[in-house]
Design a protein around this ligand. Structure first.
Ligand code: BG6
Length: 505
């Protein structure tokens, strides 16, 4: 493949085969704020097929113009928005009103005809991506009906289905869903999306670990003291109570995004870079993770009003019950019982309405033995490597340096890599851009396999069950705008450690 660097610092790639992307749930937030802007960005990077169409479908009484206008409102916010590029892109968008629960003859067959017409009119290939941006309770029915209507038949061209998270609400329901999908789809047609895996900074973990040799020999229990993964959010739940109140933080963030990050840090080097090799190793690593089974492993919490009263408590959010026990914060200690990681704790932390938006993974290496111990600052625990995902994007390596002057005084300093400085990319492309491109290219590397998802559920299911049976602590237990419940600090303090926040000390 020919690859050249563009002026924006991105490398160019190839355009996928001609195809149509059908978005189910096209009037929803994800479609408007993320999927369509991502497809538009791909168009601007010349990474969409030449002959291409997007069909949005939903029950809303919209037409092509409404569909385009809604998408435009978000796309326009991007600093790289160009009127002409948008026009070209918008011409490829059309809307097809319908109800996914309607009989096959009323909706699915009509959709099929609509697709065939588009393909003929615009010389588009018979390949189709179906993106299910709908509540997961509809997945089984939609896929079954698509199958019965012949829309998943690959005789003419490929057919692929993207499913948004959550994939099930526990291990048994994830298995059940898979069984329903596998009646009409081959595994190669199923793309279970975890947008964290599409982030540049997350994929760079693979590059850092497997394209460089310097850290490889010390990436193990002999040298790593512990690992911290933080995905803190400043925002509350906004208007998503309907989903969030049933899901809670463990299903929303831990089961998928945090365990994906953990898997990339802990994964064994794949035998090759064939998509299947990485997916296999990713599933393998979670197989050895101990389930989070008790409150000793996990601190959960829910936010109260902020101390200054400017931010609402979770229970005061729109459509949340006064006595809701949904957890909005989780801090967990997780163990991986394999030869590489046995005895190394992985601390995971995530929550809504925390002090700042911060997503980071820190590998804390063990300190050196003597002889420089006496000169080492008290607080210094050893070299620390931090993958920064948000708001800064890059990598920081913290180490001790000799302060200039007489004697031998040591001080922690940081070596940094930042994407904007290194590659001149002001803002990294959004995660969905690459994931959608990968689906069109038929590359499943960054899409979790079903067994990864089952293992991930089996890790969190026990703690969710326990909490849903009876929350371990009175709620709410942390103020909006803080760093979460005090017990989360205690979880590390009892191990003589502390949470790090983007600083070297
Ligand atoms: C989503 C969760 O999957 O990820 C949201 O449903 C969360 O609750 C979001 O806010 C966080 O994503 P990011 O990319 O902003 O860290």
């Amino acid at each position: 493949m020919h690859i050249e660097t563009t002026t924006k610092g991105l490398v160019s790639g190839s355009r996928p085969e001609s195809c149509t992307v059908v978005i189910f749930g096209a009037s929803g937030d994800l479609s408007r704020t993320t999927l369509l802007p991502s497809l538009f960005a791909l168009e601007q990077h010349q990474l969409l097929p030449e002959n291409f169409a997007i069909v949005g479908t939903a029950r809303s009484d919209w037409n092509d113009e409404t569909f385009r206008d809604q998408a435009r409102q978000h796309a326009e916010k991007s600093s790289s928005f160009h009127e002409e590029a948008w026009k070209k892109f918008a011409d490829k968008m059309s809307y097809f009103q319908g109800d996914v629960t309607a009989p096959i003859s009323d909706f699915y067959e009509a959709l099929d005809q609509n697709l065939q017409q588009l393909q003929q009119q615009h010389q588009i290939g018979p390949n189709v991506v179906f993106h299910l941006s709908m509540p997961p309770s509809f997945y089984g029915e939609i896929v079954q009906k698509l199958g019965e209507a012949g829309l998943l038949n690959e005789e003419q061209g490929w057919r692929r289905v993207i499913l948004e998270k959550p994939f099930g609400h526990n291990e048994p329901s994830a298995r059940e869903l898979d069984q329903a999908l596998q009646k009409v789809l081959r595994e190669e047609q199923i793309y279970r999306i975890d947008h964290y895996l599409g982030k540049e900074t997350v994929q760079n973990i693979l590059a850092f670990r497997f394209a460089n040799s310097s850290f490889d020999p010390i990436w193990n229990r002999e040298h790593v003291d512990h690992v911290q993964i933080t995905a803190a959010e400043k925002e509350g739940i906004g208007t998503r109570a309907g989903y969030y109140d049933k899901s809670g933080v463990v299903r929303d963030m831990v089961q998928n995004h945090l365990l994906s990050l953990l898997s990339l840090i802990a994964v064994e080097p794949p035998a090759s870079f064939a998509p299947e090799a990485l997916r296999k190793e990713m599933a393998e690593v979670l197989k050895f993770a101990r389930p989070l089974s008790s409150k000793a492993d996990c601190v959960l919490g829910q936010y109260a009003q902020s101390e200054d009263g400017t931010m609402k408590a979770y229970r005061e959010e729109e459509n949340v019950a006064d006595d809701s026990t949904a957890a909005t914060f989780a801090a967990c200690k997780l163990w991986i019982d394999n030869p590489r990681w046995s005895g190394v704790p992985f601390y995971l932390r995530t929550g809504k309405r925390l002090s700042q938006k911060l997503t980071e993974i820190t590998i804390q290496f063990k300190p050196t033995p003597q002889p420089l111990d006496e000169q080492r600052p008290q607080s210094y625990a050893g070299n620390r490597l931090t993958f920064r995902l948000s708001p800064t994007e890059g990598i920081a390596h913290c180490f001790l340096a000799k302060r200039p002057g007489p004697g031998f005084s040591l001080e922690p300093v940081t070596m940094e890599f930042q994407y904007d400085e290194a590659f001149g990319v002001e803002k990294l492309p959004g995660a969905y851009e690459w994931l959608l491109h990968d689906v069109m290219q038929g590359d499943q590397s960054l899409f979790p396999r079903s067994d990864w998802i089952y293992h991930a559920w089996s890790i969190v299911d026990p703690v969710i069950r326990e909490w849903e049976n009876q929350p371990f602590v009175p709620l709410p237990n942390y103020s909006a705008g803080s760093w979460g419940p005090e017990d989360a600090d205690q979880l590390l303090k009892q191990d003589h450690r502390e949470w790090y926040i983007a600083k070297c000390s």
